[in-house]
Design a protein around this ligand. Structure first.
Ligand code: SAM
Length: 226
C-alpha cells in the first residue's frame, strides 16, 4: 500500500476534485500542503479534517527527513499544492525522489492540471509536445526561447500575468508575428477564455483588455501550418 499520495486539486472550479482524491485525503494520516490557508478552504469545502503541515519550496529541504521518517514508520500522507498536480511547477519532485530512494511507495492520482486542457483547446498537434513550465526570468531566458523557436513539437509554457505581454513580444521578435500560438486564461473559472491565432493577433487581443488571471501559453511547433 502506498505511503505517499500526490493528490491533484482543482485549478479553479472546486467541482473538479475527483471522488478518489476526496477519499484519499480522508484516509491518510496527515496532509502536506503548499499553503495551509489556501488548502484549508478546499478541505473545508469537502469536509475533510486532517492534520495539516506546510510543505513548500522554502522548507521542503528542511522537513524532508522528518516526513520520510514518519512514512517509513508506517504513517500515510497526501501531498497537495495550491492548485493542480503536485510536482508540476510546484513542490513534489524532491519528496518523490527521496521516497523512491528509500523504498517508500508512492502513488500519484490523475486529476486537474492546467497544461492539458490548454494544450487540447489550442487545436495544435497533441501527439508530441514539450512542457517547458516557467521560463527563467533573466539568465538563460533568451537561450530557452531560441530553442523553442526551432522546436517542431507543440510547446507549453506557464507565465505570470505581469510577464505575459513581454513573453508575447519575445515570441513575435524571435519566432515571427505569424507563429501560431494559443493563450488560455483562467481555465475552469468564470472568465475562462482561449485566444488562438498568429502571435501578433493574440497580442492585439490582450493589448486591448486587462491582463489578469492565470495563463498557459501554447506555441505551435516550427513548421506548423493551419
Ligand atoms: N501544479 C499546477 C498544474 O498542475 O498545472 C501548476 C502550478 S504553477 C505554480 C501555476 C501556473 O499554472 C500559473 O501561473 C499558470 O501558468 C498555470 N495555471 C494554474 N491554474 C490555471 C488556470 N486556472 N488557468 C490558466 N493557467 C493556470
Amino acid at each position: 500500500m502506498p505511503s505517499l499520495y500526490l493528490v491533484p486539486t482543482p485549478i479553479g472550479n472546486l467541482s473538479d476534485m475527483t471522488y478518489r482524491a476526496v477519499q484519499v485525503l480522508n484516509d491518510v494520516d496527515f496532509i502536506l500542503a503548499e499553503d495551509t490557508r489556501t488548502s484549508g478552504v478546499l478541505l473545508k469545502h469537502y469536509d475533510i479534517s486532517k492534520p495539516l503541515s506546510s510543505f513548500h519550496t522554502h522548507n521542503e529541504h528542511k522537513i524532508l527527513n522528518s516526513v520520510l521518517e514518519r512514512l517509513k514508520n508506517g504513517e500515510t500522507a497526501a501531498l497537495i499544492s495550491d492548485a493542480g498536480t503536485p510536482g508540476i511547477s510546484d513542490p513534489g519532485y524532491l519528496l518523490v525522489r527521496e521516497c523512491l530512494k528509500n523504498d517508500v511507495q508512492i502513488e500519484c492520482l490523475p486529476g486537474p492540471t492546467a497544461l492539458i486542457p490548454a494544450l487540447v483547446k489550442s487545436g495544435f498537434p497533441t501527439d508530441r509536445f514539450v512542457f517547458e513550465g516557467f521560463l527563467p526570468h533573466k539568465k538563460g531566458r533568451q537561450k530557452r526561447l531560441a530553442a523553442i523557436a526551432n522546436e517542431d513539437k507543440t510547446v507549453i509554457l506557464y507565465e505570470s500575468p505581469h510577464r505575459l505581454m513581454k513573453l508575447l513580444d519575445e515570441i513575435i521578435s524571435l519566432m515571427g508575428p505569424d507563429r501560431y500560438i494559443s493563450v488560455s486564461r483562467e481555465l475552469t473559472k468564470l472568465y475562462e477564455e482561449t485566444i488562438t491565432g498568429m502571435a501578433e493577433e493574440v497580442k492585439g487581443h490582450f493589448e486591448s483588455g486587462t491582463v489578469k488571471g492565470e495563463f498557459v501559453i501554447i506555441i505551435a511547433g516550427h513548421g506548423f501550418e493551419k
